[in-house]
Design a protein around this ligand. Structure first.
Ligand code: LLP
Length: 444
């Protein structure tokens, strides 16, 4: 599936700035990603289809490795995980952050070294912990006091498990209230302000089967500014100094979580990884010098910023309806494969692909095929006035938290994932079929 790529006169602008860097315009209104014509991919794999640009994922992993050469970069698997993703992340030298036995077992069976995996979760099930200990994960992040004795008991008399304590540093940041986790009053972590974090640390240090290697915090998601991270860093170093003073223990690791924001629409801000790394390093050096502490090893856990901008969702238009002042363009996917607009009010910039428009732009609302009025993928976006059934609509920045949060609503079945790279398209995850759905239903 190699296509002659005509360099776009305005690539990087003209609405393509949030698309993968490999995106190129083709003749007659086509678009190629990773050297693959998206319209051809839609034809070959059917729609909806999620296209993932392997080169873009790898490039983003490398940017993180270069920005944090002496730290750890753990890809947050919850954004999107598949066996190929596991391989790319491993080959690019990242570690992995998982939050379930499912993610963990997929990663390990796909060849990811367990000692480079960190297990998270505010409610780890016996199966999550059992898998983690059996497979030998590198770190378990303690999220509540009750986990301390539970993990210690599960480790057994011979073992010793490295753990971090998740701290709530009291910082409000993030793109939506549902993804802000840095303040008290939400279910993750142990409060710095009320002393629960310090108390938990004391209890962990008293457990011979647990080795406390450091502290963790994750202040939220889709954060476009560096400042909240610097504030979090200073507070975490402050807590590390108090731990040293109270217990004589200098913790060697500090994991600042993920949350790095990306632009979903042209002109939106994104967090610059190199700037983040540079400012974290200088703030860390200053705060540690002030506290007379050696520098801990930093870790970050980006999910969205690694995979989000590498994905494009391609839908087929099924109907176009003019209702009052609104033009509804209905596509063959929707909240079943992308619940983000309904959950967080997420905004996207979809565009017509596969043919040259014969009319100027007109405001339209792209809706899905699911049976609710809330199934709106993008309201009030410009699409060509002649958009019609059979057209293809592509939604960029579709790589993170869409398929990983996809549901079985209306028994539509989840779309396939296709990797594109250097002109070749290959199926990574096949489409979920009605047969798949029926097979789980074993009652009479
Ligand atoms: N580390 C921890 C402990 C996390 O809980 C998360 C995300 C990450 C790292 C990665 O965050 P990222 O770099 O991807 O922002 N479904 C929402 C996002 C939920 C994020 C949950 N935790 C969305 O679609 O916007």
């Amino acid at each position: 599936m190699t296509t002659a790529v005509i360099p776009a006169p305005d690539s990087g602008t003209g609405g393509l700035s949030v698309w993968p860097a490999s995106t190129a315009r083709l003749a007659h209104g086509g678009l190629a990603v990773g050297g693959v014509d998206l319209a051809e991919a839609a034809e070959r794999f059917g729609t909806p289809v999620y296209v993932l640009d392997e080169g873009e994922v790898r490039k983003r992993c490398r940017a993180y490795r270069e920005a944090f050469p002496e730290g750890d970069v753990l890809y947050a698997a919850k954004a999107f995980l598949s066996r190929a993703m596991v391989r790319w992340v491993r080959e690019e030298g990242l570690g992995l952050d998982v939050c379930s036995a499912g993610e963990l077992e997929l990663a390990v069976t796909a060849g990811f070294p367990p000692d480079r995996i960190v297990l998270h979760g505010n409610a780890k099930s016996p199966r999550d912990l059992g898998s983690a200990l059996r497979l030998g994960v590198g770190r378990i992040v303690i999220d509540s006091p009750s986990e301390i004795a539970r993990i210690a008991a599960a480790v057994g008399p011979e073992g010793r498990q490295k753990v971090l304590v998740r701290v709530v540093p009291g910082i409000s940041a993030g793109g939506h209230s549902k993804i802000r986790t840095g303040t008290d009053g939400q279910q993750f972590g142990l409060s710095l302000a009320d002393g629960s974090a310090l108390h938990a640390v004391a209890r962990v240090l008293a457990q011979p089967r647990l080795e406390l290697t450091g502290l963790h915090c994750h202040i939220g998601s889709q954060i476009a500014e560096v400042k909240p991270y610097l504030t979090a860093l200073r507070r975490m170093v402050g807590l590390m100094a108090r731990i040293r003073d109270a217990h004589g223990r200098v913790l060697p690791e500090l994991d600042l979580g993920g949350g790095h924001g990306v632009a979903y629409r042209p002109g939106e801000p994104a967090l610059d990884v190199a700037t983040l790394a540079r400012r974290l390093r200088s703030t860390l050096t200053e705060s540690c010098a002030a506290a007379r502490m050696p520098l801990p090893r930093l870790a970050v856990e980006p999910g969205r910023a690694v995979v989000g901008p590498a994905g494009v969702a391609v839908y087929r238009v099924l109907s176009v309806k003019h209702t009052g002042d609104t033009v509804f363009v209905a596509v063959d996917g929707g909240m079943g494969d992308n619940p983000r607009p309904a959950l967080y009010g997420a905004r996207y910039a979809p565009r017509l692909i596969g043919r040259a428009p014969a009319a100027g732009p007109r405001a339209a609302t792209v809706v899905g095929r699911h049976c609710e009025a809330g199934d709106v993928l993008a309201a009030g976006v410009d699409l060509p006035g002649d958009v019609r059934p059979g057209d293809l609509i592509a939604l960029p920045v579709a790589g993170a938290y869409q398929l990983s949060m996809a549901s079985g609503y209306n028994m539509v079945g989840r779309p396939p994932v296709v990797a594109v790279h250097e002109g070749v398209a290959r199926l990574l995850v096949r489409r979920e079929t009605p047969e798949d759905l029926r097979r789980r239903d074993i009652g009479a």
